[in-house]
Design a protein around this ligand. Structure first.
Ligand code: FAD
Length: 434
């Protein structure tokens, strides 16, 4: 069997790359081993409740919203309001906007002045300048008041999903902070499956052929050039190029290449533990979203801001940020998340319709670490020593964090692939300028 381009992975990244390449006139086939598309952006729907796999928020104004607009994809969403900080088991207004900044009793006057000075500085900095500094080191070095430090550390964890701020580059924190200061983050109606469905429509309308339920076993190569794929059932597909839109561990399994495997072995995936809960109703709407200053935890009642629950019902997402170098015990994390909901939403246990505890979910294929100079240390979308092989995902390329990196690298991989095809003599029907 033959296809111009084979894409492995039917999540946000694979579908985005498929839409761009199919629009350019190429014959594109997407292989997804799961029975349905979406990967980590899939949403579980249960009795009218839409539960993302872990709380998801789209940072508007970054690569994701830019690419979605370019592909003609629109969606409805709401933004969280009334965010609180949990400190020593008490809830305070989180100073994330002017009104809460003035009203909060979490900080005294001197602490507010220090926070304002730091936020102003971070808002104007080029994130890349802080790429080689860890979030922890930077925050420690630039804060005088303990409470301001605790608040910034909790904010950094929430912005990056990272439970180890010694590892992660301050570039990631500043990138996300600047986006969130400019525009509100978005909770998407129907969950992130809405984006998956729209990307699927865009890819299929452009002519891409999607094959869920099809595992790829190996990328076939010949003298440093990609020839195609072997599927799990032994079928062979010839392809001019292959885009791997999977996590790094999958890439290592798919490509028999010592150099690439060596490079992938240096990457550290970033896990979290999540408690996703559907409730008959929300016991305490006055506690919508909380960042925890004492422990690496966060929770949000997303149904207050987006349509993800039937009338009167509620969806809560609680997240425990993990240290990838020492992730700890799943049972302990589940208890910590339950305890957070006990504090924020007492009575929730009697109202449960459905709950999912996901002990170890990879938020991102690789942490942009300070030691590898942040985003610049991530692999490039084009694998230089294997012609016709491309990578894309939240661990690839120099632009953006989380889903922003997925969309940016998918677009970049498609552009590089089209440019390469143009050099090698693209088929006549292909528009090489994407
Ligand atoms: C708990 C949690 C919270 C998150 N919150 C946010 C957030 O708030 N904001 C944000 O921007 N991002 C967030 N993310 C990150 C975001 O979900 C991911 O970056 C994005 O969904 C990754 O998409 P992807 O297509 O690159 O990878 P994936 O979704 O992992 O897709 C890869 C696909 O490849 C398939 N595959 C692998 N191997 C093979 C094979 N051999 N053959 C065929 N198919 C294969 C897999 O089945 C999978 O479907 C969060 C992630 C998690 C887990």
């Amino acid at each position: 069997m033959q296809t111009d381009i084979a894409i492995v992975g039917g999540g946000l990244t694979g579908l985005t790359a498929a839409a761009y390449l199919a629009r350019a006139g190429l014959q594109v086939t997407v292989f997804e081993k799961a029975a349905s598309l979406g990967g980590r952006a899939a949403t579980q729907v249960h009795q009218g409740y839409s539960l993302n796999r872990g709380g998801h928020a789209l940072y508007s104004g970054g690569a994701a919203t830019r690419v979605l607009r370019e592909l003609g994809i629109s969606f409805h969403a709401g933004s969280p309001r009334g965010v609180q900080a949990l400190f020593q088991e008490r809830f305070f207004a989180y100073p994330g906007d002017a009104a809460s900044f003035l009203s909060t009793t979490l900080l005294n006057g001197a602490e507010k002045v220090e926070l304002l000075r730091l936020l102003t500085r971070l808002a104007l900095l080029k994130p890349r300048r802080l790429a080689a500094e860890s979030a922890h080191a930077w925050i420690d070095a630039h804060t005088r008041h303990t409470r301001v430090r605790q608040l910034l550390l909790a904010t950094a964890r929430t912005l990056t999903y990272s439970g180890n701020l010694d590892l992660i580059s301050m570039e990631a924190v500043v990138t996300q902070l600047q986006l969130s200061l400019k525009r509100p983050v978005l909770y998407i109606d129907g969950g992130w499956q809405t984006l998956v469905a729209e990307l699927r429509r865009a890819a299929e309308q452009a002519g891409a052929h999607l094959q869920p339920g099809t595992r790829v076993a190996t990328v076939l190569q010949d003298n440093g050039r990609v020839r195609g794929l072997e599927l799990g059932d032994g079928r062979l597909y010839e392809a001019r190029a292959v885009v791997l839109a999977t996590e790094p561990a999958d890439v290592a399994r798919l490509v028999a290449d010592p150099l690439l495997k060596q490079r992938l072995a240096t990457l550290t995936p970033l896990p979290v533990a999540c408690l996703d809960v559907a409730l008959q109703r929300l016991p305490h709407p006055e506690r919508p979203v909380s960042l925890d200053l004492d422990q690496p935890r966060f929770y949000s009642a997303q149904s207050l801001f987006a349509r993800v629950a039937p009338a009167g019902g509620a969806v809560l997402h609680a997240v425990r940020y993990l240290d990838p170098t020492d992730p700890g015990q799943a049972r302990a994390h589940e208890r910590e998340l339950e305890a957070l909901l006990d504090l924020a939403q007492p009575g929730w246990r009697d109202l449960v319709v459905k709950r999912f505890f996901l002990p170890h979910l990879p938020v991102m294929g690789a942490v942009p670490s300070a030691s590898r100079h942040g985003f610049a240390g991530r692999p490039e979308p084009q694998v230089e020593h294997i012609s016709g092989l491309y990578l894309a995902g939240d661990w690839v390329g120099h632009e953006g964090y989380l889903a922003d990196a997925c969309f940016a690298s998918a677009r970049q991989a498609a552009q590089l692939l089209l440019a390469d095809l143009a050099r090698r003599g693209a088929p006549r029907h292909v528009r090489v300028a994407a």
